[in-house]
Design a protein around this ligand. Structure first.
Ligand code: HEC
Length: 173
């Protein structure tokens, strides 16, 4: 093959490759909302969303501070739960979820004060998160009988999916 004909072939080929690349870049991130056979979703999306489409929610400064403090404790709770699960300490995992994330944790938390400032959709996601945490408590208690951690991990994933969903939809100012 001559050098000339090689160039004649490779230029259209490069053009096609560039088009395929551009099309792939425009594809929506398919990993969102996809569920795996075990009921859990993939841990990471392929690309972080670049455009901020979150709705701004206004809280009074003190309530915003208290809410963010509670949020940081939510993250610490998830971390503590994962640590407990890794040691097969299912009773501890259940207790952390019950006291710091579950429905009963809302009865005496700052969350109650913030609820009246939330749009309905945000409130729903908040309750959904607490409900899923309460389901995790049951799944973790079951795991201590069955020895199978997987249903508890799937239930924990539902909890974090609610964190992700609310963070994707709302921001505080
Ligand atoms: C009902 C909605 C909602 C749910 C559910 C929710 N969050 Fe948040 N969270 C928010 C909002 C709104 C912010 C503020 C984001 C912003 O303004 O950019 C926030 C902020 C945070 C922050 C940052 C705190 C700081 O100091 O700035 C962390 C960490 C966090 N959330 C963790 C979690 C975890 C972990 C969960 C789940 C167990 C969770 N959140 C569930 C709404 C939610």
């Amino acid at each position: 093959m001559t050098r000339q004909s090689l160039i004649r072939i490779s230029i259209p080929l490069l053009a096609v490759l560039a088009l395929v690349g551009a099309a792939a870049a425009q594809m929506p991130d398919m990993s969102h909302g996809m569920t795996m056979p075990g009921g859990a979703a993939p841990a990471e999306s392929l690309a972080p969303a670049t455009k901020d489409t979150r709705q701004t929610v206004h809280f009074p400064p003190q309530i915003r501070q208290a809410t963010l403090r509670e949020m940081r404790d939510h993250l610490a709770s998830i971390s503590d739960i994962q640590a407990a699960l890794s040691r097969s300490d299912f009773a501890l995992a259940a207790r952390i979820a019950d006291q710091r994330l579950g429905l009963s944790s809302t009865q005496h938390g700052g969350m109650m004060a913030s609820v009246r400032y939330m749009p309905a959709g945000m409130r729903e996601l908040g309750y959904a998160m607490h409900r899923s945490a309460s389901r995790f408590v049951v799944a973790a208690q079951d795991a201590s009988v069955s020895g199978d951690v997987r249903p508890a991990l799937a239930a924990l994933t539902e909890v974090t999916q609610n964190c992700v969903a609310c963070h994707a939809a709302y921001k505080l100012r």
